[in-house]
Ligand binder design. Structure first.
Ligand code: FAD
Ligand code: NAD
Length: 469
């Protein structure tokens, strides 16, 4: 241990950790950020948000070239997928962005330490470098931002070749002919979509009776129908009991959840996408007296403090929505607390987007949650089939649904399926953050012809009456 102690050592360089480190440095603290990966950016940049969105984009273009252009009068020959080039493009995007964070660290004076971090004491982090050396960082505070890893199923061991987690499914060397996906959540639908567009026959096995648990039920039902029409086959209320190898090919043994005859599904690859679990291995939490909860999350109070003074935690490792922007918000808030200010995360306004086509976007409470809480609400709904811009691009599937509190008209939630709804949702999130009513949104002039007008019309429908439907 040498020199002045750091004010803050952040363990984990994902969207929670790196944002926390940069913000704390901007606010005048002396900061180090430890991550074991070669590239900064954590799960999100290396094996999550960014590579998956690159493949979603490339596969969308491929599908457009195959089936989507002729209806606009644009004729092209049969496109050819050069998967190696697609993967090279994806890698370049990831590399550029991870290098970008290293640049931001230098610009803001954050010390980047590569290696495995262990919190030896509240004022000491030991780092084992890739070369096997140990470096000790003295510090006043520690933030745990070690994120999450894919959850696994005991009877389906992942080898990241033919039985893969999301990490392997971002890197298939060739398009599997038949892909079996376990879990119809974010990853199952996004990566299932990618490989279907590239030519795989995709079957999604989901334990529950619905897809996208946690999101609005009406949204999930519509997406089930639309993705089914695109060629994803769903087996709801089923689980994969085992995956066996027969004559060099895989066979999944799929059982109805509530009993009944099993069936065998032949496939070339299996993607296990049944959620993610918090990651704290090797951090030394037990020795410090920090007990994780039953699901492995690090418990924190409203200021992100663990039970050990000087040690805080943020991001996927503390639970809540496992989303990059939620981790970033918490990183900002912690940095502000530690620099003597007042951090704040508005957990009622965390948008969520599923980047299929059409996209799904959501913010605030669902109808199910409002009903369960006994909160009376009105629904304003507007279909994209009645939006002029959506008609020009022939993307008319879906709707915007705004939920406003009966009596006060305050917007409590918004759920969308449709083109670019991952962008449209932010207008409603911003409005909600300011406590807006549906009338407030409806009375704001929206440019024409845009998809944004569908948001205004849904707000009009919640407050009074829509014009165009
Ligand atoms: P992480 O990003 O997991 O970062 C933690 C980092 O800490 C990792 O780099 C890890 O190696 C490092 N680490 C752990 N332990 C140690 C240790 N002891 N020493 C040193 N380093 C350590 N979210 C979205 O909002 N939008 C999306 O579109 C989206 N797409 C996704 C797609 C996929 C395929 C996946 C898997 C996830 C996606 N997510 C998305 C979720 C998002 O990636 C996570 O919510 C986010 O990365 C969590 O950030 P974090 O900082 O908490 O942790
Ligand atoms: P998920 O929680 O979204 O979905 C997992 C699905 O698997 C659920 O529908 C669950 O019911 C099902 N399931 C669980 N056990 C099962 C079993 N034994 N058999 C069949 N089905 C089973 O998890 P995910 O898709 O793995 O993604 C992990 C997290 O990563 C997401 O929750 C999300 O927070 C984040 N993520 C976000 C994005 C995005 O923001 N666009 C994209 C990808 C991942």
């Amino acid at each position: 241990m040498s020199g002045e102690p750091f004010d803050l050592v952040v363990v984990g360089g994902g969207p929670g950790g790196y944002v926390c480190a940069i913000r704390a440095a901007q606010l005048g603290l002396r900061v180090a950020c430890v991550d074991r990966r070669e590239g900064l950016g954590g799960t999100c940049l290396n094996v999550g948000c960014i590579p998956s969105k690159a493949l979603l984009h490339a596969s969308h273009l491929f599908e457009q070239a195959r089936h989507g252009l002729a209806r606009f009068g644009v004729r092209v020959g049969e496109p050819v997928l050069d998967l190696e080039a697609t993967m090279a493009y994806k890698r370049k995007v990831v590399e550029d962005l991870t290098r970008g964070i290293a640049f931001l660290f230098r610009k803001n004076g954050v010390t980047h330490v590569r290696g495995e971090g262990r919190i030896a004491a509240p004022d000491r982090v030991e780092v084992t470098t890739p070369e096997g050396e140990t470096r000790t960082l003295a510090t006043r505070r520690v933030v745990i931002a070690t994120g999450s890893v894919p959850a696994t199923l005991p009877d389906i061991p992942v080898d990241e070749k033919s039985i893969v987690s999301s990490t392997g499914a971002l890197d298939f060397p060739r398009v599997p002919e038949r892909l079996l996906v376990v879990g119809a959540g974010y990853i199952g639908l996004e990566l299932g979509t990618v490989w279907r567009r590239f030519g795989a026959r995709v079957t999604v096995v989901e334990y529950l009776d619905r897809i996208l648990p946690g999101l609005d039920g009406e949204v999930a039902r519509l997406m089930h129908r639309l993705l089914g029409r695109q060629g994803l086959e769903f087996l709801l209320g089923h689980r994969v009991r085992a995956v066996e190898t027969r004559d060099g090919a895989l066979e999944a043994v799929v059982a109805p959840r509530d009993g009944g005859a099993e069936r065998r599904i032949a496939c070339d690859a299996v993607l296990v996408a049944v959620g993610r679990r918090p990651y704290t291995e090797g951090l030394g939490l037990a020795a410090l007296g920090i007990e994780t909860d039953a699901r492995g999350f690090v418990p924190v109070d409203g200021h992100f403090r663990t039970r050990v003074p000087g040690i805080l935690a943020i991001g996927d490792v503390i639970g809540g929505p496992m989303l990059a922007h939620k981790a970033e918000e918490e990183g900002m808030a912690v940095a502000e607390f530690l620099a003597g200010g007042h951090g704040h995360v508005d957990y009622d306004v965390i948008p969520a987007v599923v980047f299929t086509r059409p996209e799904v976007a959501s913010v605030g409470r669902t109808e199910e949650a409002l009903r369960e809480a006994g909160i009376p609400y009105r629904v304003g709904r507007f279909p994209f089939s009645a939006n002029s811009r959506a008609r020009t691009t022939l993307e008319t599937e879906g709707f915007v649904k705004i939920l406003a509190e009966e009596g006060t008209d305050r917007v409590l939630g918004c759920h969308m399926v449709g083109p670019e709804v991952g962008v449209l949702i932010q207008e409603v999130a911003t409005a909600m953050a300011f406590g807006a009513t549906s009338e407030d949104i409806a009375r704001i002039c929206h440019p024409h012809p845009t998809l944004e007008e569908a948001v205004r019309e849904a707000a009009l429908a919640a407050w009074s009456k829509p014009i165009h439907v």
